[in-house]
Design a protein around this ligand. Structure first.
Ligand code: PMP
Length: 353
């Protein structure tokens, strides 16, 4: 009998949210943006010269790094880009978490973290959030091989003030601290100011949510030149050309339209605050989300039942069948019209449930 399986790197993969494609659906399950990308992105698409695809792209992604560096007031050598922030985070796990000591992250958090840790054979320890689903900074003062957490956290939407993030960083000068800011643009405080003060902080962000470009796959991180140089060494040992020619141009066009970015993110934050009031009226309870989603439980009707009823009516939200959170729904903030349809359905449904 062949024993090749003994040599295989076996992993239990991450399960992404479903991507149904129904004309009448209301898709509030994977935290996408309901508005289109910046108008400049359309223009680049229209004028893009297919002939240029004969040539490899710039392996250093210069055009996109320059645009990001200018927007975030850092040097291009402090920026690293990847195929979505998943790619950036995976590369950061591989590069910075190389210790025998455990990497620390919350028990309720982005469910890709433990998958990467398993894939790369990184020891890890999941630290319980408190009863209100908050990160407790003191829990991260223990000896460790690195720290990662989203801010705002996912799927809870709850943010940690910058002063608390800084306490975690200050207590951990010998570890790389990764702050995953996938949802920061909807009203939370970014840890970017800490990058100037601490060599070991890496701030990861994405074009998938606030920039309406989940389908394009662009993520980036900002850190000290020392951290970014380590990341580049790992990347060039893996795949030099992660970002294609079209992506680089579309990404740069998006970053240059600051006014559009502000309009869209403010509109979503506004719809979120209105949605909180509507959900309360419908009998839901939830933490004070600063993200583009709300993580809510109903006072009397089980989340799984509501999830299934919504699904049958082609309204998609996310449900996690996991300890501590199996009575919650993660509802992405869509347009006001989409949210109104969700609330209209819930009003009728809950009256009869
Ligand atoms: N971090 C968190 C906390 C997320 O929820 C997501 C979205 N699934 C990501 C990172 C990755 O997003 P993307 O790869 O689209 O940038």
């Amino acid at each position: 009998m062949s024993r090749w399986r003994e040599n295989v790197r076996e992993v239990t993969p991450y399960v992404p949210g479903e991507q149904p494609d129904e004309p009448d659906m209301i898709k509030l399950n994977t935290n996408e943006n309901p508005y289109p990308p910046a108008p400049g992105v359309q223009e680049v698409l229209r004028s893009f010269d297919a002939d240029s695809l004969r040539l490899y792209p710039d392996p250093a992604a210069g055009e996109l790094l320059d645009a990001l560096a200018e927007r975030y007031h850092v040097k291009p050598s402090q920026v690293f880009v990847g195929v979505g922030s998943d790619d950036v985070l995976a590369m950061a796990f591989l590069t910075f978490f190389n210790s025998e000591k455990p990497v620390l992250f919350p028990d309720i958090t982005y469910s890709f973290y433990d998958v990467w840790a398993e894939l790369f054979r990184i020891p890890y320890h999941q630290i319980p959030l408190d009863e209100q689903f908050r990160i407790v900074p003191e829990d991260y003062f223990a000896d460790n091989g690195g720290i990662v957490f989203p801010n705002p956290n996912a799927p809870t939407g709850i943010d940690l003030p910058l002063t608390e993030v800084e306490r975690i960083v200050r207590a951990n000068p010998d570890s790389v601290v990764i702050v995953d800011e996938a949802y920061v643009d909807f009203g939370a405080e970014s840890a970017l100011p800490l990058v100037r003060k601490y060599e070991n902080v890496l701030v990861v962000q994405t074009f998938s949510k606030s920039r309406s470009m989940a389908g394009m796959r662009i993520g980036f991180c900002i850190g000290s030149e020392a951290l970014i140089s380590c990341l580049n060494n790992a990347k060039y040992s893996f795949n030099s050309y992660t970002m294609n020619r079209l992506t680089l141009k579309l990404g740069a066009a998006s970053v240059k339209d600051e006014a559009y970015f502000r309009t869209v993110t403010e509109k979503i934050a506004e719809t979120r605050e209105w949605s909180k009031r509507e959900l309360s009226r419908l009998g839901f309870v939830f933490g004070d989300s600063r993200a583009n989603f709300i993580f809510a439980a109903h006072r009397t009707v089980p989340a799984k039942k509501i999830f299934q009823a919504l699904r049958e009516h082609h309204i998609y939200v996310r449900y996690f069948d996991k300890p501590r959170i199996d009575n919650y729904l993660r509802i992405t903030i869509g347009t006001r019209e989409q949210m109104q349809k969700l609330f209209d359905f819930l009003k009728d449904y809950l009256a009869g449930a």
